[in-house]
Design a protein around this ligand. Structure first.
Ligand SMILES: NC(=O)c1ccc[n+]([C@@H]2O[C@H](COP(=O)([O-])OP(=O)(O)OC[C@H]3O[C@@H](n4cnc5c(N)ncnc54)[C@H](O)[C@@H]3O)[C@@H](O)[C@H]2O)c1
Length: 247
């Protein structure tokens, strides 16, 4: 158990990759704040954690793009656990929209939920984090290459990589490590909304390891970056995509 006694906040943890991360961190011994706009989903994840692992888990409803919600999430975490060791900025959205039809509101929504959120959550958490704490941002391979109908998303995730490096630099004197993970295609409820079976087949044919990833594939990388084993890694973007982007 690499994370025994730690306290982790995972945003967007009610399902998909966030749920996988929350479960993995709990398996590694961390207490978990399961946070999302979907409180019922959070409760399900908390129940799973408490049934399976000997750690504490609490749910906190939080829209990561809302400053008051974020402040409340950090306050309640401190009231319950007295510290924050790990913050995983996972909450994110990827609605498809052709560039020429993209309204200003479409752009603002994606940038607020995917990028401003990382600034808000990380700033609040970093104020109270101590040496050895970790911030892990869930980016995307869309931060590295362009995708049709996802201009806002690609921009938000590229911005996240830049923010990761800048935060890593400014938080290094406090001995807080900041890294990002860039997943490829991962099987989640969110991805199911944008992929049909035909698209899925095409994508698998482009992935050298010949499968869609699972939330567990991302969660393992998060557990490593959250542990002391990665204490000399900061400002890095770790691609976890079955080799999709190496060709
Ligand atoms: N699934 C993939 O293939 C894939 C690939 C690359 C990156 N990602 C990234 O991984 C993260 C999770 O994606 P997923 O596929 O698990 O998505 P998902 O849609 O399955 O789950 C996302 C969760 O985030 C929550 N959420 C949405 N808006 C929120 C907000 N404003 N505040 C708090 N919570 C909010 C949702 O309620 C949901 O529970 C996202 O940042 C996404 O960009 C996913």
């Amino acid at each position: 158990m690499r994370l025994k006694g730690k306290v982790a906040i995972v945003t967007g943890a009610a399902k998909g990759i966030g749920e996988g991360i929350a479960l993995k961190l709990a398996e590694e011994g961390s207490n978990v704040v399961v946070s999302d706009i979907d409180l019922n989903g959070c409760k399900n994840v908390c129940d799973k954690i408490e049934k399976k692992y000997k750690v504490k888990a609490i749910t906190i409803k939080c829209d990561v793009s809302n400053k008051c919600d974020v402040e409340n999430m950090v306050d309640r975490t401190l009231k319950k656990f007295r510290k924050i060791d790990i913050l995983v900025n996972n909450a994110g959205i990827y609605p498809l929209k052709p560039f020429l039809e993209m309204a200003e509101d479409d752009w603002d929504k994606v940038l607020d939920v995917n990028l401003k959120s990382v600034f808000l959550c990380s700033r609040e958490a970093a104020k109270v984090m101590k040496a050895g704490a970790k911030i892990i941002n869930i980016s995307s391979i869309a931060s590295l290459i362009g995708y049709q109908n996802l201009a806002h998303y690609c921009a938000s995730k590229s911005g996240m990589n830049g923010l990761t490096r800048a935060m890593a630099l400014e938080l290094a004197p406090k001995k807080i490590n900041v890294n990002a993970i860039a997943p490829g295609a991962i099987e989640t409820p969110g991805l199911k909304k944008v992929f049909n079976k035909e698209v899925e087949k095409q994508i698998i044919s482009m992935i050298p390891l010949k499968r869609i990833g699972l939330p567990e594939d991302i969660a393992s990388a998060v557990a490593f970056l959250a542990s002391d084993e990665s204490s000399y890694i900061t400002g890095h973007v770790l691609v976890v995509d079955g080799g999709w982007t190496i060709q």
